[in-house]
Ligand binder design. Structure first.
Ligand code: BTN
Length: 320
């Protein structure tokens, strides 16, 4: 779609008359209309107004390797083996899981304009319209037993918080165990960690992160959600945000590899959405009620039960 000359003109978010577009692109007005319909079907918010023409609401900042790399430290530049910018892909996580099989030289990062089969946790889908939001995955090799990676998804939450702070957003963001990023109780970002165990001493991991930067209010999401544009009330520089996220991920994974979860526990606890709140932890066979008490050094959720005992949990879905 990136190659669509019509989209290249409309990316500025201004109105362009059908007549001028047709002359500029050397096609008929009917052909323009047909192409507009295709773009609308793909989910792009293109408005048409009599006398004014067509406008892509909000415009698009296409992913740009130069702008993304500009945010990387020299260490991150040297560490990263490949940065793949994809137009439309099923899922950036699936793409990297496939890449790992062909090219085991890691880390490789992937960002996409659109995911047609974006995946969330627990088999859910992740709404991924074209030209908006961040759909980011990173494949990384750990010389560790997969059992030592329990805290990795919590660390990813801290990476996103640090990214938002470095971007300049001063709002209060929270983490809901294990790794949902929330703003005022509404979901802003999600994390999907997938591990390929190779042996007891090494494994490869694909980390997937989705951050909502701009989403139509009609987006089919079955829980309260928010986008950065709504929070900041201004257009988000998608490439700068993606570059910071990539840089933070590369440097933090290096730290995690050397020191494990422990150095991140304090930062995580400071943003714990469930701290001292009554929560229900949904597990396949049961739902456990308790009051949130933060996390253990291993990344387990701590819940105070009705008998005043703090219990530790490694899996389940928290519903405050
Ligand atoms: C969740 O909260 O359920 C996790 C959402 C993870 C979404 C990201 S977007 C980039 C990567 N590719 C995917 O298919 N999923 C992750």
């Amino acid at each position: 779609m990136k190659n669509s000359p019509l989209l290249t003109v409309l990316q500025d978010g201004r109105f362009h008359s059908g007549e001028k577009l047709a002359t500029h692109l050397g096609v008929t007005r009917a052909a323009i209309w047909k192409h507009i319909q295709q773009l609308q079907l793909a989910g792009l918010p293109i408005e048409s107004q009599q006398g004014k023409g067509y406008c892509l609401r909000g415009g698009i900042e296409f992913l740009d390797e130069f702008l993304i790399r500009a945010e990387l430290s020299l260490v991150s530049q040297a560490k990263l083996t490949q940065l793949k910018l994809l137009d439309s892909i099923g899922s950036t996580n699936d793409y990297l899981l496939e890449q790992i099989r062909q090219n085991p030289l890691l880390p490789i990062a992937a960002l996409a304009e659109q995911q047609t089969q974006g995946r969330g946790r627990r088999g859910r889908s992740w709404v991924s319209p074209y030209g908006n939001n961040i759909y980011f995955s990173l494949a990384w090799h750990f010389d560790k037993d997969p059992a030592e990676l329990l805290g990795l998804s919590l660390v990813c939450g801290v990476i996103i918080l640090n990214t938002l702070k470095r971007y300049g957003l001063k709002d209060a963001f929270y983490l809901k165990w294990p790794n949902d990023v929330l703003w005022q109780g509404r979901k802003l970002a999600g994390i999907l960690v997938e591990v390929i165990a190779q042996s007891n001493e090494s494994c490869q991991v694909v980390l997937g992160m989705g951050i909502n930067t701009q989403l139509a209010s009609s987006a089919p999401i079955d829980q309260p959600w928010v986008s950065l544009q709504e929070i900041a009330n201004t257009k988000i520089e998608r490439n700068r945000l993606a570059g910071i996220l990539l840089d933070e991920t590369l440097s933090t994974l290096q730290d995690f590899e050397e020191k494990g979860l422990k150095p991140f526990v304090k930062a995580w606890q400071e943003h714990d959405y469930c701290k001292n709140r009554p929560v229900a932890l949904k597990q396949p066979q049961q739902t456990i009620q308790g009051i949130g008490q933060g996390i253990s050094d291993r990344g387990e959720l701590l819940l105070l039960d009705e008998f005043g005992v703090v219990r530790k949990f490694l899996n389940g879905e928290v519903q405050p």
